[in-house]
Design a protein around this ligand. Structure first.
Ligand code: SF4
Length: 372
């Protein structure tokens, strides 16, 4: 799997603390550096064949299609793309005009993830999104007209009321998108939203309302033939995101670009510096500015449990047994017993799972199982 972090956005959304710049100055230098990083690091992945490539950010749809194609061409020099490779582009609705989509439909990019967030103007203004509701609806329909059937939209819940959220989901279903990723609005440090909440200009999201909205979403979308395959992700049959599914299966991946993370599939994780200038400078000097960590067996088990328990599939007990020493498993089983007794974790056909009714609490349940 390959991931490209494109660190540019048109404007800063009020809730976002990702790494990006709102100035496109230096875009060419950045793209050249990312291409060079591909060249410098291509041997890090043992497997040359690639089943998924993902442009994230930031807002990669701010790039021109020829620039995205340039990154694909560089990747294709060093990796073999599987015949059914999934190539996803994260997009914002205001970038998806007809010219862009037409060129994109010939680029090899075959999956779009559109940052809609809400079909209500008041929500979009609260989030300081760069697009309007009309732009979002038009972008989805236009993308479908240009043949992008493999389409995902992002929606954020917890920004207003349950009834608004219900209408958001209804709209998503009516538009016929086969994949929805949905996240709770959270107040992150150093964001505009955090400041507004501190200054009492805006109320902090209410967890009880978010809980109701999460459960409503799960039922409603399953009634409309979506599979709730991960806490934040819903897909129609055959529309699971290959890229995310591979992350959840602990597959190795390389992330290119500032702040991008990489994982060698074993115990080593690394992340590039989250600073555009220092990232480009390092690559120009043929070195990568990054940090890394080696996961201990306990860290690795904690990750498997955290990620696996968020999925419909669950945590593969056989894989756990074959990957960890007995002392680590014994300690884990001690923690597990109390969760099983409370009915918060169940064992089904060789997998550990959290019953869906408790999914909203999954991160807390998983972290109670962590080994220290
Ligand atoms: S467009 Fe995406 S990455 Fe950029 S500020 Fe908004 S949420 Fe963050």
């Amino acid at each position: 799997m390959l991931y490209f972090h494109i660190p540019f956005c048109k404007q800063k959304c009020s809730y976002c603390n990702f790494h990006f710049s709102t100035s496109l100055r230096g875009k060419d230098d950045m793209l050249n550096a990312i291409k060079k990083e591909v060249e410098l690091r291509h041997q890090e992945l043992e497997k040359r064949s690639i089943s998924s490539l993902y442009f994230g950010g930031g807002t990669p749809s701010l790039l021109e299609v020829r620039e995205l194609s340039g990154l694909l061409e560089t990747s294709a020099k060093y990796y073999d793309f599987d015949a059914d490779i999934e190539i996803t582009l994260e997009t914002n609705p205001d970038d998806l005009d007809a010219d862009f989509l037409k060129a994109l439909s010939k680029s090899g990019i075959n999956r779009l993830s559109i940052g809609v967030q809400s079909f209500f103007e008041a929500d979009l203004r609260l989030m300081n999104r760069a697009h309007s509701v009309i732009q979002a609806e038009d972008a989805i329909k236009r993308a479908q007209d240009f043949g992008f059937d493999n389409l995902s939209i992002d929606l954020i819940y917890g920004s207003s009321s349950l009834s608004i959220w219900q209408r958001n989901l209804q709209k998503a279903v009516e538009l016929g998108v086969p994949h929805i990723s949905s996240y709770a609005l959270t107040v992150e440090p150093k964001t505009a939203l955090n400041k507004w909440v501190e200054d009492k200009l805006v109320k902090a999201p209410n967890e009880d309302i978010q809980n109701s909205e999460f459960h409503y979403m799960s039922h409603f979308l399953q009634e409309h033939d979506f599979i709730h395959y991960e806490i934040s992700n819903f897909a129609k049959k055959d529309f699971y995101s290959k890229h995310n599914s591979a992350y959840w299966n602990a597959a190795p991946y390389i992330g290119f670009g500032p702040s991008a993370h990489s994982f060698n599939g074993k115990r080593e994780r690394s992340w590039n510096i989250a600073n555009n200038f220092l990232y480009i400078k390092g690559i120009a000097e043929n070195r990568r500015n990054f940090e890394k960590e080696k996961l201990s067996p306990k860290d690795q088990l904690n990750e498997w449990v955290m990620i696996g328990l968020r999925t419909l599939r669950g945590v593969d007990i056989k894989a756990l047994k074959s990957s960890f020493e007995e002392d680590v498993l014994d300690e884990f089983n001690k923690h597990l017993t109390s969760k099983k007794d409370q009915g918060l974790v169940v064992e089904e056909e060789g997998f550990l799972k959290i019953p869906q009714v408790y999914w909203f609490l999954a991160d807390g349940i998983a972290s109670d199982l962590f080994l220290i």
